[in-house]
Design a protein around this ligand. Structure first.
Ligand SMILES: NC(=O)c1ccc[n+]([C@@H]2O[C@H](COP(=O)([O-])OP(=O)(O)OC[C@H]3O[C@@H](n4cnc5c(N)ncnc54)[C@H](OP(=O)(O)O)[C@@H]3O)[C@@H](O)[C@H]2O)c1
Length: 341
């Protein structure tokens, strides 16, 4: 691949001490649910992403070997380029505990495992998930995490899949939250109803996933008959096909792809680029996470084009004319993350 550099607009001042690439590399795709990943090829591919400017990784304690991959990458990175170069990397993990009592010890142990696996002394960002709001122990967990943050084990505390009601409670408790990671795409615009306005008013940003719908939002599916379940060979494709079904179904999705294709052609970019650009431009959005099947497939050059064009009012009007025919997912499913509860 040709040596590339991303423009300055690809970086975002995420916190006072950290900039990120606005396209983050998602590592759920190495968990095993998206095809076999070869660790050696994956490691080399991580260098390719980094050297192209994609320096920010999104992972989780439960994404198979993802935290170990970061640990191995850091070791190899330091060996090839020196310890000081490690400051070029950002790795955002998650903690997804089973509900129940949250003691200081349990929380500290969980953070300790991530620190060890990733080979760091401080986690850049810890994104906390909680399955059951009826169990208010999530507040205890967050208070312990805030203590660990003050002790230097975590740089910044964040959430994933929290709804606005609970985010408001957490903020009200005086816990400083950097970001909430939520599903947000042209198909799933639930964050616009309550989450994004609340975040904007409280200095919290959004990191988004599902923005390219597992790859469904691309030329590959334009004009294609509705895929059968067996043809959807990653967990991600299955997840977002379900979302499209709830949103309005395959024929409306084809209408959307067709309008996006015209828009993309007008800017000499791709359908995925238009889908990502649209979300990057929404209020409160810091970055879009795009899943990376390391060593299996990559879209580095294509995805970098998202930083080279802007959508105009005509583009927005054409896209909106399709979106307004869809069902209201906020009414059907609820606020961000409600599909997990
Ligand atoms: N917090 C949560 O609950 C949660 C949930 C889901 C995901 N996530 C995070 O978000 C990340 C993304 O996962 P996702 O499930 O939302 O997947 P996604 O990013 O919507 O889809 C990833 C897939 O899209 C395809 N793709 C990427 N760029 C493309 C392009 N330019 N043109 C065509 N296809 C393209 C690739 O498919 P091929 O590999 O087939 O080419 C890639 O594997 C995860 O890794 C994870 O970090 C978080």
């Amino acid at each position: 691949m040709q040596k590339m550099t991303l423009p300055d607009s690809a970086r975002f001042q995420f916190t006072p001490d950290m900039t990120i690439c606005r396209l983050l590399n998602g590592m759920w795709q190495v968990s095993g649910a998206h095809g076999h990943i070869d660790p050696k090829r994956a490691l080399e591919e991580m260098f390719t992403y980094h050297d192209a400017g994609f320096t920010t990784w999104d992972l989780a304690d439960h994404y198979g070997p993802a935290e170990d991959f970061i640990g191995n990458f850091r070791t190899e990175f330091a060996a090839r380029r020196g310890d000081t170069a490690l400051s070029e990397l950002q790795a955002f993990t998650k903690w997804v505990p089973h509900p129940g009592r949250m003691t200081r010890r349990a929380v500290e142990n969980a953070v300790g495992v991530s620190l060890r696996r990733m080979g760091v002394e401080t986690l850049d960002l810890l994104q906390f998930h909680w399955w059951d709001y009826a169990d208010r122990n999530y507040l205890d967990a967050l208070k312990h995490l805030a203590d660990l943050q003050h002790e230097g084990k975590i740089k910044h505390l964040a959430l994933t899949n929290f709804d606005t009601e609970r985010l408001e409670i957490i903020v009200g408790e005086g816990i400083r939250i950097a970001s909430n990671q939520v599903q947000y795409s042209l198909v799933d615009r639930r964050p616009e109803v309550r989450m994004a306005p609340f975040c904007r008013d409280h200095g919290i940003t959004l990191l988004t996933y599902g923005t390219v719908c597992g790859g469904l939002l691309s030329e590959k599916y334009l004009g294609r008959p509705e895929p059968r379940r067996v043809e959807l060979d990653t967990a991600s494709l299955m997840k977002y096909k379900n979302m499209i079904d709830a949103w309005g179904g395959w024929s409306l999705f084809q209408e959307l792809l067709s309008v996006l294709k015209d828009t993309a052609d007008g800017h000499r970019v791709s359908i995925a680029n238009v889908g990502v650009r649209y979300i990057l431009d929404r209020p409160a959005v810091a970055g879009v996470i795009v899943g990376t099947r390391l060593g299996v497939s990559q879209h580095i050059e294509e995805n970098a084009r998202v930083f080279n064009f802007a959508l105009d009012s005509g583009d927005h009007a054409r896209i909106e004319s399709v979106l307004q025919k869809s069902h209201d997912l906020y009414r059907l499913i609820g606020d961000c993350g409600d599909e997990y509860r």
